[in-house]
Every structure is written in structure tokens, then in C-alpha cells.
Design a binder for this molecule. Structure first.
Ligand SMILES: CSCCC(=O)C(=O)COP(=O)(O)O
Ligand code: MG
Length: 241
């Protein structure tokens, strides 16, 4: 089946995991208190704080005060919890960092040209990350190879569901208004690829240095190794190793 859209993960797929874990996450952790002091009353900040408070109230039976929230948020960050409210707040904190030039994401060197070629060839491109859609857009805006947002039509985050849940991919296909079999999902994580294929997507594991190659999905080491015309043909995938 012809691929019409490529949906891709971010960390470990288009850029090194270390950029997220060693640059973005520590920045949000470090600047949380000051950010909340400065922006507590901003509309988006209020929305995400309320969502975090709701979750704690549901899980623990007691609604935390706003003063108790920063410690809870820091605990969630340490746990790498993929909570929509936390992810929303992190994205807003990173916005300042991008604006100040505190960091710039460097994509793997095979990514930008491949994305441009796919875009020129008429493919729709989309990101799917646990990071908020706003954070995804920011990241693409500030890459060391320039602003890549014009290449992307869609940004999916945890508001559509968790990445290891097949229902999330069914909702993505609905939003894209495409048959699932015409959508290729790229990720380094097998559990995410499993969920995507359960929803009928084509899926390929991107195996970057340090990624453990799985056995359940076709693999590619670089975007330049992906031949979209062969995706889904049973006799060619997985690639021999
Ligand atoms: C927009 S980059 C930040 C990504 C992020 O916050 C994150 O938690 C990545 O998680 P994922 O489940 O998409 O690997
Ligand atoms: Mg990943």
C-alpha cells in the first residue's frame, strides 16, 4: 500500500535521547520554581497546573495546594512521568530556553534532507511525542539545521493518548483521515511500534547507536535507509542482519 503520511517519534528517532534527557529535562527541573513564580497566573500555566492537581486529587484522595505542586512535579520529572499537565508545563519552560539560546536541537545528520525530500514528494509529515505539541513545534523551529516547521502538518501528543496504546494510533488515523495502512510510524521503542501495528499502521524501528534492535519490526539505522516503496512488503522486511 502506498505510504501517504509518516508519523515519527522524536527522542532516539530524529535526535539523540541525550538532548531530551540531559538538556531539556534538567532545564525544566532547574527553572520550575522561578517559572511558576513569574507565570503562575498565565492561562496556559493555570490550565496545566489544574490538570496536575486533578490527577493528584484522584490518585491520593487529597487535592494538593499550589505550594505543594512544585515538589510533586519534580518527582514526576524524576520518574519521567508522561502526564499531559507536566508535559505542557515543561514545554512552556523550554520556550524561554529556546528564546534565550540556552540550547538548540541537533537532529541526526540523515534527517533534515530526508524529511525535505519526503515533503517535496507529497508525503504528509507528523510528529508524535509525549512532549506537548507546543514543545514539539518549538523544537522543530530551533533546530541547528533551521526552522523545519513548514515540513510538518501535524503534532500529536498525550492529549491523543499514550504512545504504547493502540487506541492512540486509531485516533491519529482518524484525525489524519487516512487508512491506517497508509501511515508509517517510526520510533526507537518496540512497544510503541507494537501499538501502532495493532492499529493497522506500518511501522519501522529506527535503531540509532545505543538502541537495542528488536525482532518484531523492520529496522533502519538511518532515515536514508528507508525505502517507502518497499514498506509493508513481507519478503523484504525485516532487513537481514
Ligand atoms: C518535544 S521534545 C520532549 C519530549 C518529551 O518531553 C518526552 O517526554 C519524550 O517522551 P517520548 O515518550 O515521546 O519518548
Ligand atoms: Mg523515542
Amino acid at each position: 500500500m502506498t505510504i501517504r503520511c509518516v508519523v515519527m517519534d522524536i527522542e532516539g528517532t530524529i535526535l539523540p535521547i541525550t538532548f531530551v534527557r540531559e538538556t531539556l529535562f534538567p532545564y525544566a527541573h532547574h527553572h520550575l520554581d522561578r517559572f511558576l513564580a513569574d507565570h503562575r497566573d498565565d492561562g496556559d500555566v493555570r490550565r496545566w497546573l489544574l490538570l496536575c492537581q486533578d490527577t493528584v486529587a484522584q490518585e491520593e484522595g487529597v487535592r494538593p495546594t499550589e505550594n505543594q505542586l512544585p515538589d510533586i512535579l519534580r518527582r514526576w520529572m524524576t520518574q519521567d512521568r508522561k502526564h499531559t499537565g507536566l508535559k505542557g508545563l515543561q514545554g512552556l519552560i523550554w520556550e524561554e530556553g529556546y528564546r534565550n539560546g540556552a540550547f538548540a536541537p541537533e537532529l541526526y545528520d540523515d534527517v533534515t534532507d530526508t524529511l525535505s525530500a519526503w515533503h517535496v514528494g507529497g508525503l504528509q509529515l507528523a510528529l508524535y511525542s509525549s512532549g506537548s505539541a507546543q514543545a514539539q513545534h518549538l523544537l522543530l523551529t530551533h533546530t541547528t539545521t533551521g526552522d523545519l516547521t513548514s515540513l510538518f502538518a501535524h503534532y500529536f501528543d498525550t492529549e491523543i493518548g499514550l504512545k504504547a496504546d493502540a487506541a492512540s494510533y486509531r485516533r491519529i488515523a482518524e484525525q489524519l483521515a487516512l487508512p491506517p495502512g497508509t501511515i508509517l510510524f517510526l520510533s526507537d521503542i518496540e512497544a510503541e511500534l507494537d501499538a501502532a501495528t495493532m492499529a493497522g499502521f506500518q511501522a519501522m524501528q529506527i535503531v540509532r547507536p545505543g538502541t537495542k534492535a528488536g525482532t518484531r519490526h523492520p529496522i533502519a539505522a538511518r532515515f536514508t535507509d528507508i525505502d517507502l516503496t518497499r514498506v509493508g512488503s513481507a519478503n523484504t522486511w525485516p532487513a537481514p542482519r
